[in-house]
Design a protein around this ligand. Structure first.
Ligand code: GUN
Ligand code: FE
Length: 441
């Protein structure tokens, strides 16, 4: 089907509702038409305005549904799929006890392929169409990931984990192999179709200064690749980094001195960042992945979303599930937990703001706002069909859907965010192709 037309209610964002009034940043079209040609959005607007222009194309209609851009997960570990919900520990003990032994298995390419398939099945069924993903230290794990992403024509970013100390021998590399292996993988996968590469030092404690230096070298040689890592997630971790890097001014400074803090750097967590560190991230145009289900599960702390989204020093923020520390692949669950994290700090996160973070906000965090994140013509046609009345409970709670206006939508949309999960993800389109559907309509 080179030319497609989809009719339904649509919700997306043309601006950031944290800084611009919702009436000017949220776009809700209660009866809209989306035109897709060869996987790219070519037109979008009111059905009544566009209908005559596209009278010759068969229309797929989703009545009583809400279509949104595909969700974006800015931080997740595909290798941790099988160890989600590991009992009883906080970050550092959890890593040694559960994560490292699990990641060890990815030396075996067949295992990596099996988990990659399960991971993408789950991601798509949850409505996530783009993610920034940690593989493991093994180059095989990156190949398995990108091969499967490529088969599904997904826009995905990933990279080989780099770690050359403070971890078991079976899961470490060296500055030299980190450099050589990453370089080969970048040449093979970066900009291969919709795939992009992120250099991935795990976090400061598991890389020597020499290894961080090789990361900087890669970023200089390949200026448009990404950098992803973890930062200031847990208090013991922050104290350990201060011991390991006594010459640094703080956690972010370890990465900054190495030359790793830039526009395409995405830092997961940032729970214990100082005011000066938020300001530095803002000036550098770096992004933070806010991972509420993980931060609550590991007892790491409450992310200061309001500070990150301040007008004075705005930092780009996206949602991350951070599975296996995160407890769900669902971005709706993630938004639900983000709401609670805000409430614990005396703040409220509206459904519009949360769903902005899940879509256009995530796209901006990944510097992909020219490719994905909303329905502007020219964007890639990754979108999801949501059912705000997916269950009896939701149907009762969300009686006021379908909504005629943005004001009327706020209430059922919040109900969807708080009660929704994969049962509410009716269908998922990847580059214009139906990739998942719960039931024929
Ligand atoms: N910090 C270093 N590695 C990890 C990891 O795998 N998960 C989380 N949540 N934090 C980390
Ligand atoms: Fe993580």
């Amino acid at each position: 089907q080179p030319l497609q037309a989809i009719r339904s209610a649509f919700l997306d964002f043309t601006d950031d509702p944290f800084y611009t009034a919702e009436s000017d940043s949220v776009r809700y079209i209660s009866d809209g038409l989306l035109i897709v040609e060869n996987g790219i959005i070519t037109d979008f607007g009111e059905y009544n305005t566009l209908r005559s222009q596209y009278a010759h194309i068969p229309i797929t209609t989703y009545p009583d549904r809400l279509i949104m851009p595909g969700f974006i997960d800015t931080h997740v570990h595909y290798s941790q799929y099988e160890m989600i919900a590991a009992y009883g520990e906080q970050l550092l003990e959890w890593l040694s006890k559960y994560v490292f032994p699990t990641e060890r298995k990815f030396k075996d390419k067949a295992h990596a392929e099996k988990i990659a398939t399960l991971f993408f099945d789950e991601l798509i069924k949850q409505g996530t169409t783009t993610a920034l993903v940690f593989a493991t230290v093994h180059p095989e794990s990156v190949d398995a990931f990108f091969e499967e992403a490529s088969r599904r024509n997904l826009r995905m970013i990933s990279g080989k984990v780099l770690m050359d100390r403070n971890a078991p021998d079976y899961i470490t590399d060296t500055p030299e192999t980190a450099y050589e292996d990453s370089k080969k993988l970048i040449q093979k996968w970066h900009k291969n179709g919709r795939l992009l590469y992120a250099v991935t030092p795990r976090f400061a404690p598991t890389s020597t200064p020499e290894q961080l230096h090789t990361v900087a070298k890669l970023l200089q040689e390949f200026p448009d690749i990404y950098l992803q890592t973890h930062i200031s997630e847990n208090k013991k971790e922050v104290a350990w980094v201060a011991e390991l890097f006594p010459e640094s001014q703080g956690y972010l400074d370890v990465y900054d001195r190495a030359g790793l803090v830039g526009e395409k750097s995405i830092f997961a967590h940032g729970i214990h960042l100082t005011d000066a560190e938020f300001e530095r991230l803002s000036n550098a145009k770096s992004a933070i992945a806010f991972c509420p289900t993980s931060n609550l599960f590991l007892g790491s702390g409450l992310f200061k979303l309001t500070q990150a989204k301040s007008s004075q020093h705005p930092v780009k923020v996206g949602f991350g599930t951070d599975v296996g520390a995160g407890t769900s692949f669902s971005i709706l669950h993630t938004a639900h937990e983000a709401y609670k994290v805000a409430q614990l700090q005396g703040e409220s996160l509206s459904a519009f703001k949360a769903l902005y973070l899940a879509t256009l906000g995530g796209a901006k965090a990944l510097s992909l706002e020219d490719k994905i994140g909303n329905f502007n013509p020219g964007k890639e046609a990754d979108f999801i069909v949501l059912d705000p009345k997916a269950t009896t409970l939701m149907a009762t709670r969300n009686q006021s859907f379908p909504a005629q206006s943005l004001e009327e939508l706020a209430q059922p949309l919040f109900g969807l965010m708080m009660l929704g999960d994969d049962r509410a993800i009716q269908a998922v389109y990847i580059a214009g192709k139906l990739a998942h559907s719960l039931a024929a309509i």
